[in-house]
Design a protein around this ligand. Structure first.
Ligand SMILES: Nc1ncnc2c1ncn2[C@@H]1O[C@H](COP(=O)(O)OP(=O)(O)OP(=O)(O)O)[C@@H](O)[C@H]1O
Length: 545
């Protein structure tokens, strides 16, 4: 069972200590039972015993302490294990390339790190508690056997039969539960669509009705499936209760038929059976929970394996530095084709040949879907070409140097993400931040405190200005801007093209911009136009000195 394998690998607490505490809890429960039985016989014959009362208190304390210790250790171990797994996965994601993440999908990764981790955290302790209850069951059964072999054999046979039946029913229930979880996932997806598309929904009555109508249908499905499962659970818990009562009935009505001396120990045996109720109930609960934990664990491990496999198939991209500071970079016969979808062959770019130099501005133009962003991803080493190579300073870039190359680049992509905290910016660079914010007329809205922007709740154009502030503070030799000016007002466009870009060039940066602002095309040292995944022949620009 992968779950047990994982526990063996991951549990850091001394298993012998855990076993010891489990046995102490189980033995003290059985002792408690014995003491209660002895004391009640004594009371029945008119006596009492201070010694038994004292033993009773000591045993209760022993049980409480050992039980609490096991639960606390298990909670600590499980949370530590989830923390390690989650962090390992986060680290793998961080090192994975975009193609791998695209092929796995972001939603399953998100679900593994949130929903599955939570399921493991909730369900796994029940495995240990279930095992502990199992130990209790064994000791109480031994006590029952000591009281009456016939009672023991009958109770054990009956319990095994009931557990077997319960397990069989639980398997079907487990499958149905997973189906409900999938339906709920669909419902949550629909709800997030409603929240994200609220503007569109508010604008169009018919669209709103259709969205809500579809959600209502999914919700009704989920409701019906959940109600059916809960009804089956209700039957299941009633059956478990029934089994207990039948077990007690077995002791007082059936066992005496088969054995003559049972009348002496009927009360004790019945009390022992009552002590079995707790453990059996707990085990019945633990089994489906363990199934859930196992399912979630398999999901997490499966995704991790895919990430690891992709990482193992590649090389360590951060193994080597660049041999010299970047002067120029070239695309040499680079080709890339996206995986085909629905029978269509995927979009292809290439062969791409181009050279970009420090101290130069390159503009990339081209219609929607011509492959500009794809080319930029290949140029920045975010995607790996299927043919051809990147050259830095005239030397082919080795796969082991890819991270060193990426570290030379600051970028504001069209689908950029603005972290509120200025990760990756050297603390001394922050001194320049206030002047930059002022230049971009953001100083009255945003400040930098403790290495983070005071707010990022801004207009689209303002957020993009902050992204440029971050790129500028990183101060890398290569600056890539994908339609940065598209959502800036005319005043900022002018500032961008006429002041900022020339100042970056004057500082020796390699500036590469995707742009459609032909009014400023004169500014570029080189213009590359893309069409259907290729650079148009003969495109190049004036060279500024
Ligand atoms: N993740 C992806 N998976 C599969 N195909 C993709 C993916 N991203 C883009 N494509 C394909 O590549 C083509 C070019 O996309 P790309 O984003 O490079 O164009 P673009 O020139 O940047 O367009 P735009 O000006 O609209 O931003 C798209 O038409 C699409 O068919």
């Amino acid at each position: 069972m992968p779950l047990l394998q994982l526990l063996r690998q991951e549990v850091r607490a001394n298993p012998r200590y855990l076993l010891f505490l489990t046995v102490v809890a189980a033995v003290s429960t059985t002792l408690l039972l014995g003491i209660i039985n002895m004391a009640s016989s004594l009371v029945a014959s008119g006596g009492s015993s201070l010694r038994l009362a004292f033993m009773f208190l000591v045993t209760v304390a022993l049980f409480a302490l050992s039980q609490q210790a096991v639960t606390a250790i298990v909670a600590r171990e499980v949370e530590a294990m989830i923390d390690r797994m989650r962090l390992a996965m986060v680290k793998d994601i961080r090192r994975s390339d975009i193609q791998t993440i695209d092929s796995i999908g972001r939603a399953p990764l998100y679900a593994a790190l949130t929903q599955d981790a939570q399921t493991i955290s909730r369900s796994l302790p029940l495995l240990v508690i279930g095992s502990q209850q199992m130990a209790m069951l064994v000791f109480v059964c031994l006590y029952l056997a000591w009281l009456s072999m016939t009672a023991f054999v009958m109770a054990a046979g009956f319990t095994l039969f009931a557990i077997g039946l319960h397990l069989q029913r639980m398997t079907a229930l487990g499958l149905a539960t997973r189906e409900v979880m999938a339906q709920e996932g669909q419902l949550f997806g629909g709800l997030s669509g409603l929240l994200r598309g609220l503007k569109e929904v508010r604008l169009n009555e018919l669209r709103g009705e259709q969205v809500v109508g579809e959600l209502a249908a999914v919700s009704a499905h989920a409701r019906a499936a959940k109600t059916a499962i809960k009804a089956r659970w209700a039957v299941e818990s009633a059956l478990i209760q029934l089994v207990f009562y039948l077990l007690v009935g077995l002791m007082v009505f059936v066992v005496p038929i088969f054995t003559s001396e049972f009348h002496q120990s009927v009360v004790q045996a019945t009390t022992a059976v009552l002590f079995l109720i707790g453990p059996i109930g707990m085990i019945a609960q633990a089994i489906p929970a363990v199934g859930d934990a196992q399912h979630s664990l398999q999901e997490m491990q499966g995704l991790q394996q895919r990430l690891r496999q992709a990482l193992a198939d590649g090389v360590d991209e951060s193994a080597e530095p660049l041999s010299a500071p970047v002067q120029d970079v070239a695309l040499e016969g680079i080709r890339y084709r996206y995986p085909s979808e629905h029978g269509d062959s995927g979009f292809a770019v290439g062969p791409l040949n181009a050279r970009f130099r420090c101290g130069q501005i390159t503009f990339i133009t081209g219609g929607n879907g011509s492959g500009k962003s794809t080319m930029m991803r290949l140029l920045t080493g975010l995607m790996h070409p299927q043919q051809g190579a990147l050259q830095v300073n005239g030397e082919a870039l080795r796969a082991e140097q890819m991270q060193a190359w990426r570290d030379q680049i600051s970028a504001v992509f069209a689908d950029y993400y603005l972290f509120r905290r200025l990760y990756g910016v050297a603390p001394e660079a922050l001194a320049r931040a206030e002047a930059l914010l002022q230049k971009l007329e953001m100083a009255d809205k945003v400040h930098i405190r403790d290495g983070a922007f005071t707010t990022v709740d801004l207009s689209a154009g303002q957020r993009k200005r902050l992204a440029l502030v971050v790129a500028e503070l990183e101060d890398k030799p290569v600056l890539i801007l994908d339609e940065w000016a598209a959502d800036q007002d005319p005043h900022f466009r002018k500032l961008f093209y006429e002041e900022l870009l020339p100042s970056f060039r004057a500082r020796g940066k390699m500036v590469i911009c995707v742009t459609h602002d032909d009014r400023w095309f004169d500014l570029a040292d080189q213009i590359l136009a893309m069409n259907e995944g290729q650079f148009e022949p003969g495109c190049a620009g004036s060279h500024h000195e």
